[in-house]
Design a protein around this ligand. Sequence first.
Ligand code: SAH
Length: 378
Amino acid sequence: MDKNFQEEQFTGMIKFTPPLYKQRYQFVKDLVGKYKPKKVADLGCADCTLLWMLKFCNCIEVLAGLDTCASVMKEKMHTLSPLPGDYLQPAERSLTVTLHHGSVAHKDPCMLGFDLVTCIELIEHLEESELEKFPEVVFGFMAPTMVVISTPNSEFNPLLPGVTVFRHPDHKFEWDRAQFQSWALDTAKRYDYTVEFTGVGSPPTGMEDVGFCTQIGVFVKKYPQTSKPAQSEKPTEAAYETVFKAVYPSLKDEKYLQNAVVSEVMFTAQVIKQSLLDHLVSEQEKYNDNPTERKFQLQRSVNCFSEDLETQAVEKSTEPFVNGNVVYIPLKKIFSSPKVTRLCGTFEKLCKLITGKVTLSTDGSAVILNTEHENEEN
Ligand code: SAH
């Protein structure tokens, strides 16, 4: 990761809190929070720290990273894999994370269709020939809705003691604001984007003239709906090598949805059963104290408990009831639990997902549980 070590090292005079690299990542996170892109690619992703932060943004369904240095990408790429908790409680959104080994000087169809492309402290690492190709690859070919480019503002360098030439030995250039803005405006104009300038790392009081330590250009495509005429010319041949791919468990996948629905149905049924049994016990205690009410309640119980009327009772009942040592919990009642409704969407879907997975009454309209042996019900 390029933490612009000079910025970090010489804290005697300039100290950024939080550190500047975190402020850059936070800037991207805030932008994601505001515009809610579904597909985000980070070019020059290095050790994937930004990608790791972005995987927690719930709007994102596709995350991709690209870097010419495979070893730095591999350092922490395991942090992009799903954790056991992701399998225990799959998210509603789907998420696929992919890392590619390759250069922003080359076009690859895997980079098409993104909403946001970030290039954080990347362009100053590019050789002249790569920088020349960069606008055509990113804005012309990838053509995402939004591009964020950050780069050092060289006007700030005098405030960073020890910086003689560049902030990092691998930097090929560092631009002042006029240079960056002229390049960005020219690029935006050529590819039908607008661009706005901002930054992170405020200068100290009295030195505001130098501008932000990191300058940022936010590019937005002018006509997002129009399909590019060059679309047909887009290469279909891959130039990058995929070095990592993780598909997160999601409720959009029927097998995870079914597991989630079955456990939620069983949980809801258990809760209903318990409250019904508690209610019956307390009623029973009341009858013992009041013989008249007891007569009335017993009459009601007979209707439910009658063997002959079982099928009819199950079909008609919208409320749970006990018959012998079996508790009937109508599916309609279970479906009315907000969590089950949200998971299934429709009653028909609920029935479909639990068929064969949950013990149901003969007509399939109620979950049946044993009054006593809770752990043997399934
Ligand atoms: N974005 C990260 C890393 C910045 S350092 C951060 O903000 O911390 C620049 C990164 O760009 C390095 O990891 C370097 O390997 C990568 N890089 C350099 N030239 C590249 C190119 N042509 N294509 C893609 N990545 C490149």
